[in-house]
Design a protein around this ligand. Structure first.
Ligand SMILES: Cc1cc2nc3c(=O)[nH]c(=O)nc-3n(C[C@H](O)[C@H](O)[C@H](O)COP(=O)(O)OP(=O)(O)OC[C@H]3O[C@@H](n4cnc5c(N)ncnc54)[C@H](O)[C@@H]3O)c2cc1C
Length: 327
């Protein structure tokens, strides 16, 4: 049967949202080609029967449980390759995120399989799965069809919606995995979870986005003050440069490797407007940019551009909005 295998990451007794999206997507698409969706989980004693079988609620019919280190790519590649060798899955499907990219790429190399990354849609065609991936700044869609025994599909982050189903509990199957000699070379030193942190930038009507022009992590106070003055459904967003610098959480990142948003107002403060940022916010209804460099690329796609120092402009704007609102 053309079954789909997914990997489900867990942390402190709960499954990762992106992974649940992958299971939901895998189950829906597998059903269309007459197969089932199965999941691989890797971890310790916290992977109880109850927790594993709960993946049935998202459409998984079988969960292969391997004992091993959780959160590292190579052991998962070993576990998935071993399950695929025994069960003959036709597709491996992952939610977005760095771990999914790493595992998917490793599995593609191990199994000599075709891989498509940043997939935003999967559909069935003539009994096979086809992956759609936006290209050329999301202006076109490239379509991947797979040859050979295995096709690997890696979603764009949050591309696959988590859908609960009425299905019963999934069957839990313990698998012995012979880990590769290099799989224990990396160990988990510290683990944090920022994806899906409590920042709802995708649902916000107004986004105040900050870039490197804010100068330092504390500079985000200016953006937060302005967001608070707007009130209502307003949130603070960020560029990758400041997320990489540790100034703001990844959950707030807009762009190619972050989230795609289309608020009513996108106010960009100290953001140059790199193409990888633009693709995540260009469909905002109104774009206002504050930048001290009149030649900054962001002005090319802004509705209103303010050339000046954000350290002076943002507090004035905040005060003006407060005054207007009488707060
Ligand atoms: C594969 C790949 C994926 C990427 N994915 C993303 C992504 O998802 N999201 C993303 O954002 N980026 C992404 N990037 C990075 C992107 O290329 C840029 O490096 C990044 O967006 C720049 O962030 P920035 O605008 O904050 O910083 P900068 O480019 O350094 O711009 C800072 C701006 O602030 C202005 N400024 C400085 N001081 C002030 C001041 N006092 N007042 C007003 N203006 C001021 C400057 O004139 C400048 O224009 C990706 C890159 C690659 C290669």
């Amino acid at each position: 049967m053309p079954d789909v295998l997914t990997y489900v990451l867990h942390y402190e007794g709960a499954f990762n949202k992106n992974s649940l999206g992958a299971v939901s997507e895998g189950a829906a698409r597998a059903a269309e080609i007459g197969g089932e969706c199965h999941a691989v989980v890797v971890g310790g004693e916290d992977l109880t029967d109850e927790l594993c079988s709960s993946l049935g609620a998202y459409g998984a019919t079988k969960v292969f449980r391997a004992r091993g280190p959780e959160g590292l790519a190579q052991p998962v590649v070993d576990a998935m390759a071993s399950v695929i060798d025994r069960q003959g899955h036709s597709y491996a499907l992952f939610g977005g995120g760095l771990l999914g990219f790493e595992i998917g790429a490793g599995l593609a190399a191990r199994k000599h399989a075709g891989v498509t990354m940043e997939v935003t849609a999967v559909r069935a065609e003539d009994g096979k799965l086809v992956a759609e991936r936006p290209i050329l700044q999301d202006s076109k869609i490239s379509i991947s069809r797979y040859q050979g025994d295995l096709g690997i599909i890696i979603g764009r982050i949050n591309a696959f919606e988590t859908v609960s189903r009425d299905g019963g509990p999934a069957e839990v199957v313990d698998v012995d995995v012979e880990y590769s000699p290099w799989s224990d070379r990396a160990t988990m030193v510290q683990r944090g979870e920022q994806r899906g942190a409590d920042v709802d930038i995708e649902g916000a009507d107004i986004l105040v986005a900050g870039g490197r022009g804010l100068g330092k992590a504390e500079g985000f106070k200016l953006a937060e003050d302005l967001a608070a003055a707007f009130g209502g459904n307003t949130a603070v967003a960020a560029t990758r440069a400041v997320v990489d610098a540790g100034w703001y959480p990844y959950a707030a990142q807009i762009g190619q490797t972050g989230k795609t948003v289309s608020p009513k107002l996108y106010l960009a403060a100290g953001i140059s407007g790199a193409i990888q940022h633009k693709v995540g916010m260009q469909s905002s209804e109104n774009i206002v940019a504050i930048n001290k460099d009149a030649n900054a690329p962001i002005f090319e796609f802004s509705d209103l551009g303010v050339v000046g120092d954000l350290n002076k402009i943002l507090p004035k704007l905040t005060n003006a909005i407060k005054a207007r609102k009488g707060s």
